[in-house]
Design a protein around this ligand. Structure first.
Ligand SMILES: [Fe+2]
Length: 160
């Protein structure tokens, strides 16, 4: 039964955008895990902990996005192969200095923020206020996390 009360065609458009966001989030999550493991140097404790808090948060968001797709009667992507095809974020394969890692993650955030706005636009057009509610909270939270990470990189910059 279509308990949402929005046509399947319209929900499919929202689900497609949500799956793109889910894919990017999943690659971003793994980037954070890799950086958490590989970071070295004087700022190890700061940035090791910061990446951990970001990936713990990303894990919750990934689950919420997938379950929103299910709630609107569609199928969330579930394999890394699919995520790598649909993601707008690239895998970070190199081990980088801490400051470079932070810049990569900030660039990942910029992509996620832009994709969230795309979800909000499509969901708003088809009056899917439930999706708007879920994603708009994510958007302001990720913007705030970006401010924190950006402030860390500026502190780093001023020391050099
Ligand atoms: Fe750890």
């Amino acid at each position: 039964m279509n308990y949402i009360g929005i046509s399947n065609d319209n929900l499919e458009k929202v689900a497609k955008k949500l799956n793109e966001l889910l894919s990017s989030y999943s690659v971003y999550y793994q980037n954070l895990r890799s950086f958490h493991w590989h970071v070295k140097g004087r700022d190890f404790f700061d940035i090791h902990e910061l990446f951990e808090s970001l990936y713990n948060d990303a894990k919750l968001k990934i689950d919420e996005i997938a379950e929103r797709i299910l709630t609107i009667n569609h199928k969330p992507l579930g394999s890394m192969t699919d995520y790598l095809v649909d993601s707008s974020i690239k895998e970070a394969k190199d081990v980088l200095p801490a400051e470079e890692m932070a810049k990569v993650i900030l660039t990942n955030h910029k992509i996620l923020i832009s994709q969230m706005r795309e979800v909000l636009e499509i969901a708003g057009e088809v009056k899917d206020e439930g999706t708007v509610d879920v994603v708009s909270g994510f958007l302001s939270h990720l913007e705030k996390e970006s401010w924190i990470l950006n402030a860390w990189t500026e502190r780093k910059g001023s020391k050099a």
